[in-house]
Design a protein around this ligand. Sequence first.
Ligand SMILES: NC(=O)c1ccc[n+]([C@@H]2O[C@H](COP(=O)([O-])OP(=O)(O)OC[C@H]3O[C@@H](n4cnc5c(N)ncnc54)[C@H](O)[C@@H]3O)[C@@H](O)[C@H]2O)c1
Ligand SMILES: O=c1ccn([C@@H]2O[C@H](COP(=O)(O)OP(=O)(O)O[C@H]3O[C@H](CO)[C@H](O)[C@H](O)[C@H]3O)[C@@H](O)[C@H]2O)c(=O)[nH]1
Length: 327
Amino acid sequence: MKILITGGAGYVGSACLRYVAEQGHEVMAYDNLTMGHAQAVEGHPIVQGDIADTELLTNTLRDFGADAVMHFAAATYVGESVQNPELYYRNNVGGTLSLLNAMRAADVPRMLFSSTCAAYGMADSDTMSEATPLDPFSPYARTKLAAEWMIRDFAHAYDMGFTLLRYFNASGADANGRHGEDHTPESHLIPLVLQVPLSQRNKIMVFGEDYPTPDGTCIRDYVHTHDLASAHLLAIEATEVGTDEVFNIGTGIGQSVMQIIEACERVAGQSIAREVVARRPGDPPKLVADPTKIKTKLGWEPQYTDIDANIATAWAWHKARPNGYHG
Ligand SMILES: NC(=O)c1ccc[n+]([C@@H]2O[C@H](COP(=O)([O-])OP(=O)(O)OC[C@H]3O[C@@H](n4cnc5c(N)ncnc54)[C@H](O)[C@@H]3O)[C@@H](O)[C@H]2O)c1
Ligand SMILES: O=c1ccn([C@@H]2O[C@H](COP(=O)(O)OP(=O)(O)O[C@H]3O[C@H](CO)[C@H](O)[C@H](O)[C@H]3O)[C@@H](O)[C@H]2O)c(=O)[nH]1
């Protein structure tokens, strides 16, 4: 299958691009490189372009002869989306509309969409299934949900098919050190904690310890990019014209901020200074997946269920490349 991967030079996109290529599919990245890195997909074709450029997207889809699209390109910072919703609606909703129009023009009917568990907002149960009520907390999450609705309406009206993948927290790095997380600025917990033993920061700020959780800090479900990639492969191969599916992707295991810091201490072999500060706006107390549906319908099983093994791949990546893709 020929798959065009928007945002394919990004953290999750590059891991998925490499994985599906290794499994025999023909891939092409399409990325404006605002956050991504061409080095992340070295050896694979990449078109540098913006998903807002419908004409370039249409021509790229046609020239490549794409059978399907994996759509990762988006702005992804919750805090930034509160300050600048215009950017998030333009990029995430407007960009997805542009992509859908390009797919129609080029007769490419199948899509995977990178959505987020944040579409669920606050959970009143211990874990979140696809039936959990949708109540997005931030403009970022609302743009992802708006894009989901747009994709669904296009598919039903114009004979397309799609699978929505609502990820929990992407984490980890390639076990062979070929790709990993390299965001500027970095906002995610694990790479920020690992900057302390790398002497790139003197402590980690803990955003609140007065949440209704056992140790008072937020709980998240950290799913390795390798496991996200295997889920994408299963999903794209199951997506046909007429498919209308949604899956949560997470391990089903929650880790609090303090537990992540303690795991990083075990992996790095040294203590890590922390300071508890005020809560970060938009943070739900707990986001943990119920992955039953993707396990039963697609036969998916995560390889990284041990948080220390997951963090060990990130630690190896950041130690080997303290400046990410720039050496
Ligand atoms: N990282 C997570 O924990 C997580 C969780 C849930 C959902 N997601 C979703 O997964 C996707 C990838 O996330 P990520 O963490 O890899 O982020 P990332 O920033 O590393 O990757 C996004 C990529 O898209 C590109 N891009 C952004 N806007 C673009 C545009 N207008 N045109 C072309 N390219 C553009 C960026 O250059 C980057 O390479 C996003 O859609 C995000 O919302 C991520
Ligand atoms: O320096 C930090 C950074 C993070 N945190 C805490 O660590 C947890 C995880 O924070 P991340 O920013 O790593 O991850 P989020 O759950 O906030 O973000 C995830 O979900 C978001 C939507 O909610 C986006 O999808 C984003 O891409 C994805 O990583 C949160 O409780 C956050 O408050 C800290 O305490 N200190």
